[in-house]
Ligand binder design. Structure first.
Ligand SMILES: Cc1cc2nc3c(=O)[nH]c(=O)nc-3n(C[C@H](O)[C@H](O)[C@H](O)COP(=O)(O)OP(=O)(O)OC[C@H]3O[C@@H](n4cnc5c(N)ncnc54)[C@H](O)[C@@H]3O)c2cc1C
Length: 423
């Protein structure tokens, strides 16, 4: 507490009420901001208006973005590999800035690096050689296994029931795994991916089910140029249109068993780790979306005149604008807290990442929706940027685990933790 001699304006960073950014962190922030403003936003604006087939066609601006991101050398996953204390501070800054640039492109770059990251984390030289530098995707959901995937372990949603093995299954045959079936249409980056990190039900020779009705699983890395792999057409959808998504089909595809990352004993923990990480990135990316919507509304309410004055001069408009600010700040605070917990705590947990993912995506949706309202009729048109932000934020309420389902899973963990203490 200090007594002031005069009343200053608040000192705000790009990232709001930040009092202790180091010079190095500010440098990273500024680099990512330039990239988001000069590369991501213009590319995303074009891709948003293109058809899904055009987005993935040769010569699409999508590939310019991917090339320039590679050249930049900074990404959510590059940062995630740093020492935990450093990563816990930098990751939210980088992910927020990229999300401010474009959510769909950010998700593409993050999900696209999951197989490479998994290969590096395995420490296995062959996996690093085959998968460590290729563009990939994260294949978890299938047509009949959407929300169910968030409860892979089977204690939150389907306790006591016999689980569906899904539409894509693995069978171990000697030194090979035979993969057969299809993914959902929602696999991010699938239309342009060269590899997949797949989580599937597996038969190791004694059937798909464990005695308790849950399934044996397998995590494996799959090169998508193997015979028998094909793709569906890219999906046409409401939001995050720069992010190409689509089905992957596997017709008795023979994958070397050496590419198995986690067998039935390590499957659940392996999947849990990826889900716990995915929630972090979603939290900061959609903080960036909320901030983008707030900033557009801040500028517009100072330009648009009604009642003879810029609308910001109406008290209710100032209050509504403040609510956008407050929600954006609360998303950022949450994103940083859960990132710190998962990267610096004793072990990452889905309870933390679900808490962040649900809160931050909900805040992004509310901020984008009210920002559009502040734009009036203009907010509905493609002449202005807020309708895209609203569409992008809307998709996030379902992406990486539908929010209601994630809440059920997280609530189940709270109960489980309480019961373990009560014993
Ligand atoms: C933008 C985006 C990106 C995505 N990226 C990927 C990706 O990279 N890889 C991947 O594998 N998947 C991806 N997905 C898929 C995503 O994880 C699923 O869409 C999500 O898990 C929900 O599954 P679903 O769409 O099948 O909905 P459903 O599971 O069919 O759910 C429909 C509704 O039913 C409710 N419901 C379902 N089960 C229950 C229950 N037991 N109790 C109560 N209510 C229930 C849900 O709350 C929901 O409202 C992505 C999705 C989106 C939108």
């Amino acid at each position: 507490m200090q007594f002031l001699t005069e009343i200053p304006l608040p000192v705000l960073e790009r990232t709001g009420l930040d009092a202790d950014l180091s010079d190095a962190e500010r440098d990273v922030l500024e680099t990512m901001h330039r990239f988001a403003a000069e590369v991501m936003r213009p590319v995303a604006a074009k891709l948003d208006r293109m058809t899904p087939d055009e987005v993935v066609a040769d010569g699409s601006p999508l590939f310019d973005f991917l090339k320039q991101l590679d050249d930049l050398g900074i990404s959510v996953l590059a940062v995630a590999g740093l020492e935990p204390a450093v990563a816990a501070r930098l990751l939210p800054l980088v992910a927020e800035e990229m999300g401010w640039g474009d959510a769909g492109l950010t998700i593409l770059s993050v999900a696209g690096a999951f197989p490479a990251l998994a290969a590096h984390l395995s420490g296995n030289p062959e996996l690093i050689e085959v998968f460590g530098a290729r563009r990939g995707c994260w294949l978890a959901t299938q047509p009949d296994r959407g929300s169910d995937v968030a409860d892979m372990e089977g204690f939150a949603l389907e306790r006591g029931s016999r689980h569906h093995a899904g539409n894509l299954v693995a069978r171990v045959q000697g030194d090979e795994v035979v993969l057969h079936g299809q993914s959902s249409a929602w696999v991010s980056g699938a239309p342009i991916a060269e590899t997949a990190l797949a989580y599937v039900a597996a038969d190791y020779g004694d059937g798909f089910h464990r005695p308790d009705g849950t399934i044996h699983g397998m995590a494996l890395l799959v090169p998508l140029d193997l015979p028998g792999v094909s793709r569906g057409r890219p999906l046409d959808k409401l939001g995050q249109r720069p992010l190409p998504q689509g089905e992957l089909f596997f017709e008795h595809v023979r994958v070397p068993a050496r590419y198995v990352l986690a067998d039935r004993d390590r499957f659940h923990a392996n999947f849990f780790s990826v889900l716990a990480f995915a929630g972090l990135e979603m939290s900061s990316v959609f903080t960036g979306v909320a901030r983008a919507a707030f900033e557009h509304a801040l500028a517009y309410t100072h330009e648009r005149r009604q009642g003879g004055v810029p609308i910001i001069q109406h008290q209710s408009v100032r209050h509504r604008l403040f609510e956008l600010w407050r929600k954006t700040e609360s998303a950022r605070a949450m994103a940083r807290r859960i990132t710190s917990y998962n990267l610096r705590g004793s072990a990452p947990h889905v309870l933390a990442s679900a808490t962040g993912k649900i809160h931050c995506t909900q805040m992004a949706f509310e901020v984008a929706s009210e920002a559009l309202q502040l734009f009036g009729g203009n907010g509905l048109t493609k002449e202005y940027p807020v309708e895209k932000l609203l569409r992008d934020a809307r998709a996030a309420l379902i992406e990486d685990g539908e929010n209601t389902i994630l809440g059920i899973v997280a609530g189940s963990w709270l109960s489980r933790e309480y019961q373990s203490r009560a014993r």
